[in-house]
Design a protein around this ligand. Structure first.
Ligand code: ATP
Length: 143
């Protein structure tokens, strides 16, 4: 199967570098599937799940927003933060979700609602990806 090079970097580290056959990412306009020789483009990514495939192997990651540059032979993903499914700290994500929900419930003038909503999306994406890893590829979250 044809492959393309994928590099995922944050300001802190290189999260992934290797050859892959498929990338499924959450663009701000919806889910995108990228295959080798895709037309060049640059797009913004929403906080959410990233799936990469090679030789029948599927890896899950969480991206908390960023940019993706697609070229025919190479894709570069610049992420605000990114964790592989095995790096996700479940307790931390659960606490972050609770905090964001509490903030959204107690709407007062000093609450930045969009910030709390973004934190909620990140925590939910982390929990989904960690759960997917635990349950296997067929698992589809209900929330
Ligand atoms: P928290 O409130 O728990 O810090 P957050 O959504 O505000 O969560 P980010 O700003 O997205 O966190 O990320 C800050 C750093 O912490 C990044 O390096 C990110 O990869 C890491 N990180 C955040 N949450 C988790 C988690 N649940 N498990 C592992 N790493 C995490």
């Amino acid at each position: 199967m044809p492959t393309m090079k994928l590099e995922i970097v944050t300001a802190e580290r290189q999260v992934f570098s290797g050859d892959v056959t498929t990338i499924i990412a959450e663009g701000t306009e919806g889910q995108m599937t990228v295959l080798p020789k895709h037309a060049p483009l640059i797009t913004m990514l929403a906080p959410g799940e990233l799936v990469i495939r090679k030789d029948g192997d599927e890896q899950y990651m969480v991206i908390s927003g960023g940019f993706m540059e697609v070229m025919p032979e190479k894709v570069i993903l610049l992420a605000d933060a990114c964790e592989r499914s095995d790096e996700i700290d479940l307790e931390r994500a659960t606490a972050a979700k609770q905090r964001a929900e509490d903030r959204l419930k107690s709407i007062t003038p000093d609450i930045d609602q969009s910030r709390a909503e973004a934190a909620l999306r990140r925590s939910i994406a982390r929990l989904h990806v960690a759960e997917k890893r635990r349950r296997g590829p067929g698992y589809r979250p209900s929330v």
